[in-house]
Design a protein around this ligand. Structure first.
Ligand code: C2E
Ligand code: CA
Ligand code: CA
Length: 759
């Protein structure tokens, strides 16, 4: 029992120590007067029988010491000590308690020897009572109480046992038993006291925590609101909530300040549904968007539970998300629409195709529309007009499809697409021809500018031509490709031949790719160009040749087109330029070499470096290289192409305008760039012989060339008649079968010795 007592004595927390100190500091001043008054009475009783030092001197010493301690405690009365101060006070008490107890006990025993039986009994009584009072007063410092008990009772029992007084021994034993009993009672009381203090400390910590939490929730940037789960009245709003409520006050039937106690129903059009949700914690958390006037609220309702699991009510964190929702809608719109025209974009188009092809019973069609002539307008009038034109095209297409179930999309650039659902082939015919008619009518744009364009259309029907969305797209694209290459302003429906051609073209492209990487089958032929004044070969045109083991000789008209469709043209162009420059270095006459440059090679900022590397690697002087560019190539990306050609020309390389007479045949284009040579197309040369108007145009070109200081070359000179005519018209140079066919070796040129002098 003693050990548990001792153990229980030494458990103390800071809050307990504080409470102990407070209780103890209130009881201690009381112990000293009782102790002193009893002591002085004992001294008085012994005045005549005991010496003066025992009855006056020692009690006075005790009094002085006790008064000092009492004053100390009176000063400490009701103060709140720090944990260190409390510990210090306990240590002092622990030290003083045995001293005081021993001093008083020894003093009592010294008096004992002088007394009469009566005074002796009184002394024993004094000791018994005093120890009881001391235990009581020390009840909050149980260690000290225990020490006092042990010292006083131990000494008591020992002394009376030694003195051999059975009555006194009995009294001592009695007192010891009472003391032990009291210690037990005190210990139990003390435990209760400790528990109460612990509970108080706990409650106070909880309260502090709660207050801190409330302050946090109040200051939180998120709006928080709680409501009663029974009557749905608002029970709490934090500062952020109040601020938000003031923002939407005009939309609510109640002032923002009067919200506490108001029903939460004011936020909802269908309050019953909201109530059902908020009263059922199993359905929480739940996120709701509420439209309130023109504002959108985002509410996140969660359930608050008590420690015992009881549902206390909903907590709503909420925000006004109107601008976010607007942004979201805008983003969603942008993700599905073309920003310029407001038509559907590729994503929506694909969705529409998937939808169309998901039901084989509903026939439909995909129309791919490519504008003809848009590029020229965009380049000449500017992007602003180009954009305006695209918007106008979108408007016309929308009007035309009004009475159909159609999704109209802009695929990018000047390509549009229409998915028609539930249309017959004849309806499709009508729509496509209407589109062609309507788009070829002039567009009057801002500042009264008039734009005239046309369109090519490729059509794939579902399920007749294709059964999956992807297939419909690929096949309509094939049809469009054919429509575009067949000439402007046409409609083409997908056919199986197109598919075959496509497959063949794909194969050709593949084979060409292999040939280009292995170098197998590819070669370059050279065709002489003769100067009419000196009747000498002045130049040779490099013409690519391809021999394929299975396909035989593949015409450049075929493989150049295949190469242009892919990036192969860059590789081929690179190959020809390097080969031709290298080959020309071995020509003894110092003739120039003319290399054809495809439209796809221009405007990519690549040509200059390829030309440079071909010249550097071969060592050919730049003046011996000519590049042949067609009008179409120049116009495709006019500004970039002209800039690129100017840089190449600055190297000393000459630039010829090839195939003049085909394409735009615009004399104005001759002024776009200072060409060194104009090559009049073979078809023109042939026609000039039979048609006077053609002859006069050739004459005009030659004349213009002369005035601009540009040499003119007649291509396709096959007969002497052509030759003579070109000579009469004043052409500077001629090229054609009459004078030499393209051949692998320049010295195999089949020269007509009457017309050309060998050098
Ligand atoms: P082009 O630049 O107009 O080349 C002249 C074409 O006319 C050559 O056809 C040539 O063989 C042909 N020709 C020459 N004299 C006569 C003649 O008296 N009568 C007739 N009927 N034809 C004649 P080829 O070699 O079949 O080349 C066709 C086109 O392929 C070339 O037309 C050129 O545009 C392109 N091409 C050829 N090689 C290359 C190349 O290396 N790169 C690029 N980008 N294109 C090339
Ligand atoms: Ca050429
Ligand atoms: Ca040509």
């Amino acid at each position: 029992m003693l050990s548990t007592l001792i153990k229980s004595f030494s458990r103390s927390t800071p809050s307990l120590a504080g409470a102990q100190y407070r209780a103890y500091s209130r009881q201690m001043p009381m112990m000293y007067p009782i102790l002193l008054s009893s002591t002085w009475i004992v001294a008085y009783v012994h005045t005549d029988i005991a010496p003066l030092w025992l009855t006056v001197a020692i009690p006075s010493l005790f009094t002085a010491a006790c008064v000092l301690r009492m004053l100390h405690w009176l000063k400490a009365y009701e103060t709140i000590p720090s944990p260190e101060e409390a510990a210090k006070a306990f240590r002092a008490t622990m030290l003083l308690a045995p001293i005081i107890a021993s001093s008083f006990t020894v003093w009592s025993f010294l008096l004992f020897s002088y007394g009469t039986p009566y005074t002796k009994s009184y002394l024993a009584f004094y000791m018994a009572n005093t120890v009881v009072v001391c235990i009581f007063c020390l009840m909050h410092v149980r260690e000290a109480a225990l020490i006092v008990t042990l010292i006083v009772n131990g000494a008591f029992i020992g002394f009376f046992a030694w003195a051999g007084q059975p009555t006194f021994l009995a009294m001592a034993l009695n007192t010891a038993l009472v003391s032990i009993g009291m210690l037990v009672v005190l210990s139990i009381n003390y435990d209760d006291f400790a528990r109460r203090i612990a509970a108080e400390a706990d409650a106070s910590a909880k309260q502090t925590e709660q207050a801190r939490l409330m302050r946090m929730i109040d200051d939180m940037p998120v709006a928080v609101m709680t409501a009663d789960p029974i009557d749905f009245k608002i029970t709490y709003l934090n500062d952020a909530s109040r601020k938000l409520l003031r923002r939407i006050e005009h939309l609510l039937p109640i002032d923002a300040e009067a919200m506490i106690g108001a029903s939460i129903d004011i936020f909802h059009l269908v309050p019953d549904r909201q109530r059902r949700l908020l009263s059922d914690p199993t359905r929480l958390p739940h996120r709701i968007r509420i439209n309130l006037g023109n504002e959108v609220l985002d509410l996140n309702a969660s359930a608050i539970h008590a420690d015992d699991g009881n549902y206390l009510g909903p907590m709503l964190t909420w925000a006004i998300v109107t601008s976010e929702v607007e942004a979201e809608n805008k983003i969603r719109y942008l993700a599905h629409h073309d920003a310029l025209t407001g038509l559907a974009n590729r994503v929506t188009l694909n969705d529409a195709l998937l939808k169309l092809t998901s039901d084989a019973l509903t026939p439909g069609a995909l129309l791919l529309i490519d504008l003809d002539g848009f590029k020229v307008i965009n380049d000449t009038l500017g992007h602003k007009f180009g954009d305006e034109l695209l918007v106008a095209v979108a408007k016309r297409l929308s009007e035309l499809c009004e009475s159909h179930s159609a999704v109209i999309a802009r695929q990018g650039g000047d390509e549009f697409a229409i998915v028609l659902t539930n249309v017959s082939t004849s309806q499709c015919d009508t729509i496509t021809s209407d589109i062609l008619t309507r788009l070829s009518e002039p567009f009057v744009l801002e500042r009264k500018r008039v734009a005239q364009i046309g369109a090519s259309i490729g059509v794939a029907l579902f399920p007749k031509h294709a059964t999956s969305a992807e297939e419909v797209m690929v096949r309509a694209d094939m049809a469009l490709y054919v429509a575009k290459t067949a000439g402007k302003g046409g409609v083409r429906y997908f056919t199986t031949e197109m598919q075959d051609e496509f497959v063949a073209a794909n194969r050709l492209e593949n084979e060409l790719r292999i040939a280009l990487s292995s170098g197998k089958g590819l070669s370059i032929f050279y065709q002489p160009i003769i100067d009419l004044r000196h009747r000498k070969v002045v130049s040779r045109e490099a013409l690519a040749r391809w021999y394929h083991d299975e396909l035989g000789w593949v015409s450049p008209a075929t493989f150049i087109v295949a190469a242009e469709r892919s990036d192969l043209i860059l590789k081929l162009g690179h190959h020809v330029l390097h080969e031709a420059c290298r080959e020309a270095m071995s020509w003894d006459g110092g003739e120039t070499v003319a290399v054809n440059i495809s439209a796809s090679q221009m405007g990519r900022s690549e040509l200059l470096s390829v030309v440079r590397s071909a010249l550097d690697q071969s060592g050919l002087p730049p003046e011996r290289l000519e590049l042949e560019i067609t009008e179409t190539a120049l116009l495709r990306n006019e500004a970039a192409s002209v800039a690129e050609l100017e840089q190449i020309r600055a190297l000393g390389v000459r630039i010829s305008l090839d195939d003049f007479g085909t394409g735009y045949s615009s004399l104005a284009h001759l002024r776009l760039f200072p060409f060194d040579k104009i090559k009049i197309d073979g078809s023109f040369v042939r026609d000039a012989l039979d048609r006077a108007d053609c002859a006069s145009i050739v004459a005009a070109v030659i004349d213009l060339g002369n005035r601009l200081g540009v040499a003119t070359v007649a291509e396709g000179v096959e007969t002497l008649a052509h030759f003579n005519l070109m000579q009469d018209l004043g052409c500077h140079q001629v090229q054609g079968y009459l004078l030499g066919r393209p051949s692998a070796s320049p010295y195999d040129d089949i020269l007509n010795p009457d017309l050309v002098t060998s050098s």
